[in-house]
Write a protein that binds this ligand. Structure first.
Ligand code: GTP
Ligand code: MG
Length: 459
């Protein structure tokens, strides 16, 4: 994608029938082109910015297509920084497409995916982190993901990065200045002060890098995997957490064969919950294939919910499964079917392990407790203030932060070794450029295409 100043048009609302649809036009001729089809009380070229106008939209042959409301944004005060007209028509696919086609006849060009947002970036309305935030907002599936992206759209990450970059530019400038005075052996900045400041910058970078681990969970959801022996109630727990009868539940051990995955939100955080086949000794081929899948899910889990039937909690087979779970994973242990004791169908088993949560997928007892344990475990290190926290959620940004971190670490080592200014300044420039890549002040066509091609047409 490259910078062009022609006028583009696209449908900005989803394809299909709805209350209204919006056709968006951006470019220097946007208002002029919209005026060719619009018949209202006034001509759009005479309208003020940020005003809405009711009228009829006509074809080139002066046939009315629909009653519309046009909204005018005059450059530079618009999403793209160019003249924008948004035509809201009745939400039918035929009408919307027809208005768009007429606009093409009047001289607009079909917009490429993400081209409106690309223009906003190219015209300095937003930087790359904000463009990425726009995509994330559209795709967000939970309240926390939305808040984190909104925060990024407001430019908080960019500001932090720019501040760090600014400090590096200052140091680099001073080092280069010293080079001009190299014969006089002047130090414009003490090396001790520089080391101290660079360490501070490293700390800030490290903090941002650390947020990525939570950031990716906010954005894509943490994976909860239900594991245990057959028939202990994994699918029943899956269904009750989901709030619908998605997985088949029977009293036949080995009911679940293939893993089932669904999204749920707990405390505004997205989770991907996976029901798996019960683990047991078997030589049945199908079952062995199921176990392979269960094991793969265990490896990918952020949280493992180990389920046991209250009656079997102290069985050796149970212990064997627990011992084989990866030790680096967060495990929540639950004893299911406690209703059977309460109703007098079973005698309680002598079991002193307090690390279990006692639940009943049947009556729903203590399911809120299980949910609470899940949401607490996932961010056990700290509670994040979604409204203000700067959280990195994007692998591209994370890679740049890591790269900058490595370069600055090496600058610090070289400072200690009293390396030459030329060398230090060159390294600092590299770090400065890497940080500029995050916000897009320095970028390549490949990065741009990669980011904007993920948008839909009309955004
Ligand atoms: N009384 C009682 N019965 C339960 C409870 N949870 C599940 N069950 C019953 O236990 C049986 C097995 O439940 P499932 O949810 O299919 O168990 P599973 O662990 O998914 O079993 P597999 O898919 O075979 O591994 C069914 O008959 C359920 O109705 C519970 O909390 N209380
Ligand atoms: Mg099951």
């Amino acid at each position: 994608m490259y910078i062009r100043d022609d006028t583009i048009a696209a449908i900005a609302t989803p394809i299909g029938e709805g209350g209204i649809s919006v056709v968006r036009i951006s470019g220097k001729d946007a208002i002029f082109l919209a005026d060719k089809g619009f018949r209202g009380k006034l001509q759009l070229r005479d309208a003020k910015s940020h005003t809405a106008h009711f009228g009829i939209f006509e074809s080139q042959k002066s046939e009315p297509i629909d009653q519309v409301v046009t909204t005018i944004f005059i450059q530079p005060n618009s999403y793209t920084g160019e003249n924008i007209v948004e035509i809201s028509c009745h939400g039918g696919m035929y009408i919307t497409q027809k208005i768009l086609e007429e606009l093409f006849k009047y001289g607009a060009r079909p917009a490429e995916p993400g081209e409106f947002t690309f223009r906003a970036f190219a015209n300095g309305k937003i930087d790359l982190t904000q463009a990425e935030a726009v995509a994330d907002i559209i795709h967000s599936q939970s309240e926390s993901a939305l808040k984190v992206s909104l925060n990024q759209l407001q430019g908080n990450l960019s500001t932090t990065i720019s501040n760090l970059r600014e400090q590096l530019i200052q140091f680099c400038g001073l080092l280069e200045l010293e080079l001009d005075f190299s014969e006089e052996d002047i130090e414009f900045v003490s090396r001790e002060k520089m080391i101290l400041k660079l360490k501070e910058i490293l700390t800030s970078l490290t903090k941002l890098i650390e947020t990525y681990k939570s950031g990716i969970i906010y954005k894509e959801g943490a994976k909860i995997v239900l594991v245990g022996l057959p028939n202990v109630g994994k699918s029943s727990i899956f269904n009750i957490l989901l709030g619908e009868n998605r997985a088949i539940v029977t009293n036949i051990p080995g009911t679940t064969r293939d893993k089932i995955e669904e999204n749920i939100t707990i405390d505004g955080i997205l989770f991907r919950i996976v029901d798996t086949a019960g683990l047991r000794d078997s030589d049945d081929f199908l079952e062995l294939e199921s176990f392979k899948k269960t094991n793969a899910e265990i490896q990918n889990a952020d949280i493992i919910v180990f389920v046991t039937d209250q009656e079997k909690a102290i069985d050796n087979v149970n212990k064997e499964i627990i011992d084989h779970l990866p030790p680096n994973k967060t495990i929540i242990k639950v004893r299911n079917k406690i209703d059977l004791i309460q109703q007098g169908f079973r005698q309680p088993i002598e079991d002193h392990d307090k690390s279990y949560i006692n639940i009943s997928a049947f009556t729903g007892e203590n399911i809120p407790l299980l949910k609470k344990a899940i949401s607490e475990k996932i961010f056990s290190h700290k509670k994040i203030d979604f409204n203000n926290a700067i959280i990195v959620t994007n692998s591209r940004q994370n890679k740049c932060l890591n790269d900058a971190n490595i370069v600055i670490q090496s600058v610090l080592e070289q400072l200690n070794l009293r390396m030459s200014n030329e060398f230090l300044a060159a390294e600092l420039r590299t770090a400065i450029n890497i940080l500029a890549e995050i916000t897009g002040e320095i970028t390549t066509n490949e990065i741009i295409n990669n980011i904007f091609s993920k948008f839909c047409v009309g955004k």
